[in-house]
Structure formats: C-alpha cells, structure tokens
Design a protein around this ligand. Structure first.
Ligand SMILES: O=C(O)CCC(=O)C(=O)O
Length: 271
C-alpha cells in the first residue's frame, strides 16, 4: 500500500508539474539550443527504483555478473561524449545535416507507418510537445531507423558504452523528439540508451511480466491514465536519465520511454 501511495504521489507530482513555463534558470547553451522558452516540460524527474552507479565503480565483469542478463542499471560517467554532444547542438546538426532525410515512425507499439523528411523540416514542423489525446498511429517519432551511411560522420563521434555482451556487436540508432513524446511498451534484444540533451524517463518490466497497455496509445497517455491505477505488484521499474548517464536494458525486457524535455538521444543495440 505504501508503495502504491508513493508511486501515485510520484505520478501526481509528475502530472501536476506538467506546465507551460519559462525556463529562466537554464541557460540556452546547456540544452544545445534544443529547448525554447515556450517549451512544455515535465519538470520533475520522479521516482527512481533502478540501481544508479558510478561507471568507475563497476568493472565489466561485475556488469556481466550482476546486470547484463538479469536487470537494468544506470551508469554515470562511463564515457566522455563532449565532442559528440557539441556536434548534436541544434545549430551544428542543422548546419551539417539539415538537408539529410530522417525516417520517422509512428509511435505505437508496432510502428507501422514510416515517413522520410529532411532534418530541417522535422525540426521546423514535427518537433513539438506531444498532445496527450493523440493516438500513437498519428504521432511520428524520429528514432530507430538511422541511415548509418548518411549519418556515419556524426555517429563515428559517439563513444558507445564500453560494455559489450559476449558474442554481440553494437548498432547505433539516433533520435530527436519533443517533450511528452516517447515509445510505448515493446521489447527486443539488450542495449544501452543515452540522452545527449534533455531528459528521458524509462519504464521497464521483466520479460515474464507483460505490462497492461494499449498498443496504439502513447507513453504519455499510459503515464496519465494507466500508471496512477496500477496495483502495487504491477508497478514498473522506472527512472529518469540525464546527459552523462546511460541506461542498460537486458534482453527481452519490456520498456517504454517518455522524453521530459526536447531530447537528443542515442541507443546502442547489442545483437
Ligand atoms: O529512446 C527512446 O525514446 C526509445 C528507445 C527505445 O525504445 C529503444 O532503445 O528500444
């Protein structure tokens, strides 16, 4: 009951703080130029019930033994992506890659529709706060289909987390998305997720605990309508990651994401 009350209060705080406001405290440069003063932002990072460790305190072997095949973990300071971060500022990306096409996918669990648009158009037209009542099939999300040839020069600057799993190699996927957007519950192989700008909230369940969700509703709708009514034993693992932190999700774990700010992010899929 206590857990339910805590989860409900965390969610209530998350919702109550959903507002349109001035970001007076945050200098523009800190967000790489991605957030504007009129952004809708989820102000509160909320509950974190996932282990958060300093990368230097966990050896590769300990990562394999304690987490790789059993549970998510968030590692801080594993890599230094200062150069990549600078290349991902709004001005730098638009200058270098504004005319390259990005592939958008509908933000529903089975991502049926794909639309290709130039990055400049995506940023000007599509990169908006998510509306709570819009269905996943009507929401286009830039992530999951990075054309590695076109984006190679940028992706080469990214230093992936150094912890591979045995017999796997890494594939990168890059994305940019507005506040309140995200990918609803789905699962696949293991990997890492990192935000370069912005903050991203993660919700996870083990493979044998399929969450209740509607495949065509957005994560925002799940957070506002389903999450507050979850029984205690159906609460997810959850946490918000910020730049400098990397979340690891094991094989076949259910996961959904919610961008709390306009976010630039990259996943390293291990397969
Ligand atoms: O970063 C996101 O919003 C989506 C990440 C995701 O679902 C994944 O890496 O599989």
């Amino acid at each position: 009951m206590e857990h339910k009350a805590a989860a409900f209060s965390a969610c209530t705080r998350l919702l109550l703080t959903w507002f349109i406001g001035l970001k007076a405290a945050e200098p523009r440069a800190a967000g790489g130029g991605w957030s504007s003063d009129s952004d809708v932002r989820l102000q509160d990072g909320g509950l974190c019930n996932i282990d958060v460790l300093d990368g230097s305190s966990l050896s590769h072997q300990q990562f394999i033994q304690r987490y790789a095949f059993s549970r998510p973990v968030i590692l801080r300071g594993l890599t230094d992506n200062t150069r990549f971060r600078s290349s991902c500022s709004r001005s730098s990306l638009l200058e270098q890659y504004g005319d390259r096409r990005v592939r958008l996918s509908t933000a529903n669990t089975y991502s049926y529709r794909k639309v290709d648009v130039p990055l400049q158009e995506y940023v000007d037209v599509w990169l908006r706060p998510q509306s709570a009542d819009v269905l996943g099939s009507e929401t286009l999300y830039f992530f999951g289909d990075t054309n590695v040839t076109e984006w190679q020069r940028l992706l080469d600057q990214y230093e992936s987390p150094p912890y591979l799993l045995p017999h796997t190699s890494a594939a990168l996927s890059f994305g940019i998305a507005g506040p309140g957007s995200g990918v609803p519950f789905h699962w696949h192989g293991p990997g890492f997720s990192e935000v370069i700008y912005g903050r991203k909230r993660w919700f996870l369940y083990p493979p044998d605990k399929e969450p209740h969700f509607h495949p065509n509703r957005t994560t925002l709708s799940w957070v506002t309508e389903t999450y507050p009514h979850l029984p205690e034993d159906e609460a997810p693992l959850e946490c918000t990651i910020s730049p400098g932190e990397v979340l690891y999700f094991p094989d076949r774990w259910w996961h959904a994401t919610l961008n709390l700010d306009t976010s630039v992010f990259i996943s390293t899929f291990l397969g």
